[in-house]
Design a binder for this molecule. Structure first.
Ligand SMILES: [Zn+2]
Ligand SMILES: [Zn+2]
Length: 259
């Protein structure tokens, strides 16, 4: 019995050793070798995590510790009910996400989804469906994968909640949102998403978690949320890895209102 155990232990350690040589675990951001999946200590220090206080709807971080809705959400309430992001979109997170999005480093999705899950565990557990923001067929051909689908799939594995990548579809092949002004982004996404009719019944009365990699102006997720609600979803929560922080300036905070 003891002999068998030691032999098993030895083989397990030996195989792990070989695996580490053939497939070393690397930092999600800089590619340095690490002991376990995630970030190396240097990269870990560079993340700007998003926590309270923040806008109760769009999640933009506040400097003042108050329960509030930001001026932008008060001016025009988004179609989604809440947006939760893990970290601020800055030079550091941009590098990590671009590596994930365009660098074939799809394994990063596990770590990114784990962070999203930790930030919004209650929301995900109480949802009915996890839906990724779709990309157009041509873009998928070029990129080979949809990064939002990978994140959503990992969230399904972590939560056990139903994952439905076929409900939403991208109708139009639109230019990249990156580099466009807010107005151009709105025009760009207007009418560019739809619901596949054979799955539309799945949305009626359902609570949806909508997953994307980055929230910039919110134009894309807002358009998707509008379509999801039009087809019967009762609540849409947007989950992203990162979001652009427009709320750190004092000027913006002066425009906030407590709720
Ligand atoms: Zn690193
Ligand atoms: Zn807001």
């Amino acid at each position: 019995m003891a002999k068998g155990y030691f032999l098993f232990n030895f083989i397990h350690k030996f195989l792990s050793f070989i695996e580490n040589i053939c497939f070393p675990i690397t930092c999600c951001s800089c590619g340095a070798f690490v002991d376990s999946e995630g970030l190396c200590p240097e990269c870990w220090k560079k993340i700007k995590w998003i926590d309270n206080p923040k806008c109760k709807i769009c999640g933009t971080p506040f400097e003042l510790d108050i329960e509030a809705v930001c001026a932008e959400c008060l001016r025009k309430r988004p179609h989604f009910d809440e947006a939760v992001s893990v970290m601020e979109y800055d030079d550091f997170s941009k590098g990590m996400i671009l590596r994930f999005k365009h660098g074939d480093t799809t394994y990063i999705s596990r770590q990114l989804a784990t962070w999203i899950y930790r930030a919004a565990e209650n929301v995900i557990k109480n949802a009915d469906i996890i839906i990724p923001v779709p990309i157009h067929f041509f873009k998928r051909l070029k990129r080979k994968y949809n990064q939002s689908e990978l994140l959503a799939l990992e969230l399904k594995k972590l939560s056990g909640i139903s994952y439905e990548p076929r409900i939403l579809r991208k109708n139009k092949h639109t230019p990249q949102q990156e580099g466009l002004s807010r107005i151009m982004r709105l025009k760009n996404v207007n009418g560019s998403f739809g619901v596949n009719s054979q799955y539309s019944d799945l949305l009626r009365g359902r609570t949806v978690v909508l997953v994307d990699d980055v929230l910039t102006t919110g134009a894309t997720v807002n358009e998707c949320s509008k379509i999801l609600k039009k087809h019967g979803a009762i609540k849409v929560t947007v989950l992203t890895v990162a979001r652009v922080n427009y709320g750190t300036s004092r000027h913006f905070e002066k425009l906030m209102f407590p709720v």
